[in-house]
Ligand binder design. Structure first.
Ligand SMILES: [Zn+2]
Length: 274
């Protein structure tokens, strides 16, 4: 059996959490990540018959029975993952009843998965229906994106459009736009259901005055989506703070990007005024 601390998926979690912490996106215990793993890959490092303990999830994830995830822990700090992954991360398998998590590794101090597990697992189910390649759900509190939430309308079309205008790459990276939820209490099944509903349509979902969800086939895609939104939000905040904006990318120019990068099938045309 290989050493789990050398597994690429543990390495991915260490790198992502460290990067997000250093970007100041994930203060204290803010942020959470779940990454769906291939059973054969995990079996190289762990005895899959050895369940350390079982933890009720409090909701039905029948669509994910038998699936294995590496997940950040509740109350754990992203800054500590790279120095002590076995306390701050856990590997769980969804049990036959669909409502229990079987702990296969991690949370060695008796901890458990993030309180946002409902939003994560429901989002995994939603994304897998749209894209069977999806593996990662990522939640974060990016600073400029949140600052922008205070001064910009929390409307999907308007928020997406403003971010598309900020720099040329935005249309290329997220032509499918950004879903927006109003402010809601976090850590509940209700916000999980609402997030998953948006995830059927979007790879990015803003939680009003809280943060953002991103997803992807790997850590880079999920991270890159959030990073690009955050960069555009930073540009918006800096440009707005100057008190005047005299240039922008017009809708017809945004459409030129769509044509140049062949994004006609993925772009939210209804978010453009052509
Ligand atoms: Zn949060």
């Amino acid at each position: 059996m290989k050493d789990i601390l050398t597994a690429p998926f543990v390495e991915d979690m260490k790198r992502a959490t460290a990067n997000m912490y250093r970007q100041t996106w994930d203060e204290r215990n803010g942020g959470n990540i779940s990454f769906m793993l291939e059973e054969e890959k995990v079996a190289e490092y762990l005895d899959l018959n050895n369940v350390i303990r079982t933890i009720p999830t409090g909701f039905d994830a029948t669509g994910l029975i038998g699936k294995i995830f590496i997940v950040t822990g509740t109350g754990k700090y992203f800054k500590n993952v790279e120095v002590d992954p076995e306390t701050n991360l856990g590997i769980i398998r969804i049990a036959e009843d669909g409502t229990t998590a079987e702990l296969l590794w991690g949370w060695k101090d008796g901890g458990k998965f993030t309180s946002e597990l409902p939003a994560h697992l429901m989002s995994h189910m939603a994304r897998l229906k749209v894209n069977p390649e999806n593996r990662v759900i990522m939640h974060s509190h990016p600073t400029y994106t949140l600052a922008m939430n205070h001064i910009h309308e929390l409307d999907e079309k308007k928020l997406t459009h403003t971010l598309w205008e900020m720099c040329t790459e935005c249309m290329v990276v997220f032509p499918d736009g950004i879903g927006v939820l109003p402010w809601m209490v976090c850590g509940t099944n209700e916000i999980g259901i609402a997030t998953a509903k948006k995830m059927e349509e979007f790879r990015l979902v803003v939680w009003g005055l809280h943060g953002i969800y991103g997803c992807g086939k790997d850590m880079d895609e999920a991270f890159g989506l959030i990073e690009t939104v955050e960069k555009a939000a930073m540009l918006y905040m800096l440009a707005t703070a100057s008190g005047k904006r005299i240039n922008t990318i017009s809708d017809s120019q945004l459409w030129e990007i769509v044509e140049a990068f062949h994004l006609e099938d993925s772009v939210r045309r209804d978010f453009l005024d052509l």
